[in-house]
Design a protein around this ligand. Structure first.
Ligand code: ADP
Length: 652
């Protein structure tokens, strides 16, 4: 008899079923076998001692035998028409665990109703082993990353500690009356040390970002002050290359923000530094605008533009990648690590901002980025120490215990602190510190974290838990070369109040001294505020304004608003015009400002402004004109803070 197509189909199906190593079976809705292959029969016999056959009772079927409830659930799912997959483990006769992958599919009768299920089970031990290997590799990679991070942390400590000494002692020497050649050499040392530190910081930042260990501060800050410091530095480096530096700040930009000011400076300095570096003639510009704003937040857009050598279009997409240097052939231009822009981009993106670049070879480049900040109140800011205060004995009654094992750092801390009139005692290690704290009273502890035997964390815990009140409440400031964020968190957990990273600058130390010379400080601040309220120290005469413009609160508010926002922009415009030596342009603006300051009850400032106007008209010495303008600016900033405070109190 000739073979029918149907017979052939059945035979072939049988052959395939029996030749595969995978187990295949089908069952009806009650779980009774409809079909199974040899592989499945063997497995049931060898693993479960069960010889299977088509008429078996449902409860002895495979789905009841696999010692895993999930298997039965998967069968049930297929029986309600839902194909599914399961990865499971079962014991083999030689007590090996076998990993299997099973596919469960519903079977349908002629009317489309589910009438059973088919199950295909394949050995997945191999892919499981690969997965296990991958997991092991991942664990190893994570351990590696951890080791790398620990290495970097200790390396950062090892490098930063001597850097602290080099920079700190150089600063101290620079303040002494040395002869000019020694001063020049010292400035050169400071310049190189700062460069070295910048490179170390780049490498550390990069590693921290790579290890996912980067976090951002969220503190109130004065944006104008941040920009002012940046301008001062960049203006000098631009002048050294005979480049013009222009700065424009949109008048509506709020001055007090909350966020990470240090990282904002880092981003701007990176971009501006590159612009100066890659521009031979022409100018470098920084501008800041408000991109969007709500009651509580503002999105700022910064632009850094230059008329430099530009970047080829083909390179623009790589420019933010690590170690990319477009102008590598040129020894002078390729100075740097090639990490700056990569870090910059990550710093922007990690703060949920975006950065772009446009450039044309020979014409110049423009980098722009947007970042969102919360708005802050001026009162939230701690007053910053100014240079003048650095030399005054303003902390005369303060007793500070410095706990530090490194002799050079001891010397540095002692010199800086006693220079400000602080009474300093030094403990060489944790034991000595604890002994001293039990006997004597201090106002503040500066505590090195990494010391042999008892480290800073233990000293802090001891102070908080064991020492008697009120000394257990003493403010403790961690002093460490380790810049990692988790260290900061650990210091908080150990009860420390603040944190200074080495190499610390004078202003870091001043900040903590000011913060923790508490009572004195608080009462000073209180006085300042009440003086503003009672009008004793007012830079701006609010009564005069009220008299002049009538007593309507809305008008008063409006006038203050104009003074705070519009005048700031005009002052900056004058500054740019002076920078460009555009006297005619400056005169026009300056003239307007004379009457503004008179109207605001600031006669002295109005007088200085009219003096500038006269000097400009006479084309007098620009240095003197700029100096006078700086004085106007300072007086305005003081008045502006007061106006903001009054406006705030009216609005609340
Ligand atoms: P580097 O430390 O080399 O400056 P960056 O990551 O900051 O590293 O910059 C990468 C490269 O991008 C630079 O080497 C330079 O080739 C190019 N580049 C960056 N900024 C500018 C710019 N303003 N003008 C021209 N080229 C630039």
């Amino acid at each position: 008899m000739p073979l029918t197509a149907e017979d052939l189909h059945t035979d072939m199906f049988r052959m395939v079923l029996e030749s595969t190593a995978d187990q295949v079976f089908a069952a009806d809705m009650s779980g009774k076998y409809l079909l199974f292959n040899e592989a499945h029969r063997r497995m049931m016999l060898e693993c479960y001692g069960q010889e299977i056959h088509a008429d078996m009772a449902p409860e002895t079927m495979a789905c009841h035998r696999y010692d895993n409830g999930q298997f039965r659930d998967a069968c049930m799912k297929a029986c309600i028409g839902q194909p599914n997959q399961l990865f499971f483990e079962f014991g083999s006769p030689d007590f090996r665990k076998i990993w299997a992958q099973a596919n469960f599919n519903p079977l349908f009768d002629g009317s489309g109703q589910v009438c059973g299920l088919s199950v295909f089970i394949s050995d997945a031990s191999e892919s499981k082993a690969t997965e296990k290997e991958l997991l092991a590799e991942k664990d190893a990679a994570q351990a590696d990353a951890k080791a790398k991070s620990a290495f970097l942390s200790s390396m950062s400590h090892e490098i930063r500690t001597p850097m602290n000494a080099i920079l700190g002692l150089t600063d101290i020497l620079l303040q002494q009356n040395l002869e000019e050649t020694s001063l020049e050499n010292l400035r050169a040392i400071r310049f190189s040390a700062n460069n070295l530190l910048a490179i170390i910081n780049d490498i550390l930042d990069f590693s921290k970002i790579e290890a996912g260990k980067f976090s951002f501060e969220n503190h109130p800050f004065d944006l104008f002050q941040v920009l002012d410091e940046i301008n001062r530095g960049i203006r000098i480096s631009a002048q050294n290359k005979n480049l013009l530096y222009e700065f424009r700040l949109a008048p509506e930009i709020p001055r007090y923000l909350r966020g990470d000011a240090v990282r904002l400076s880092q981003i701007l300095l990176n971009l501006l530094g590159n612009s100066v570096k890659f521009t031979k003639t022409g100018k470098v510009q920084l501008s800041a605008d408000v991109f969007s704003e709500s009651d509580t937040q503002v999105e700022l857009e910064f632009r850094v533009a230059d008329t430099g050598i530009g970047i080829p279009k083909s390179q623009l997409s790589n420019i933010f990648n690590s170690f990319t240097q477009v102008h590598r052939g040129n020894r002078f231009l390729s100075q740097g690590t090639g990490l700056g822009l990569s870090i910059t981009r990550r710093l922007v993106e990690l703060q949920e901002g975006e950065i772009r670049v446009e450039s044309e070879v020979g014409k110049g480049s423009e980098f722009s980025f947007r970042l969102r900040y919360l708005k802050a109140m001026p009162q939230e800011l701690l007053p910053e120490a100014d240079d003048e205060e650095l030399h005054h004995n303003q902390f005369r009654d303060l007793k500070v215990l410095v706990v530090e094992d490194n002799k050079i750092n001891q010397l540095l801390a002692r010199q800086l602190l006693s220079g400000w009139g602080v009474h300093v005692e030094v403990a060489n290690d944790g034991f000595e510190a604890i002994a001293m704290l039990q006997r004597r009273v201090f106002d503040l502890i500066l505590l090195d974290l990494q010391m042999p035997e008892i480290d800073g964390f233990e000293v802090a815990r001891f102070v908080r838990k064991t020492i008697k009140a009120p000394m257990n409440q003493i403010p403790i400031v961690a002093l460490t070369a380790d810049a990692f964020t988790e260290t900061r968190q650990l210091t908080q957990a150990a009860g420390m109040n603040d944190f200074i990273t080495k190499p610390f600058q004078q202003k870091d130390l001043l900040r903590v001294l000011r913060r923790f010379s508490a009572q004195e400080q608080e009462s000073n601040q209180q006085n300042e505020i009440s003086q503003i309220e009672t009008g004793i120290l007012q830079a701006i005469d609010f009564e005069f304004i009220r008299e002049k413009f009538g007593k309507d609160p809305e008008t008063f508010r409006y006038i203050l608003g104009v003074f705070i926002h519009d005048i700031a922009g005009e002052l900056i415009s004058v500054q740019s015009l002076l920078q460009e030596n555009n006297n005619a342009g400056a005169v026009r603006l300056v003239h307007k400002l004379v009457s503004t300051f008179s109207a605001m009850g600031m006669p002295e400032t109005a007088f200085t402004v009219s003096l500038v106007e006269r000097l400009l008209k006479n084309n007098d010495d620009m240095v003197m004109i700029r100096e006078k303008w700086t004085q106007v600016d300072q007086e305005y900033q003081k008045a502006r803070i007061q106006a903001e405070m009054v406006l705030d109190s009216l609005n609340n």
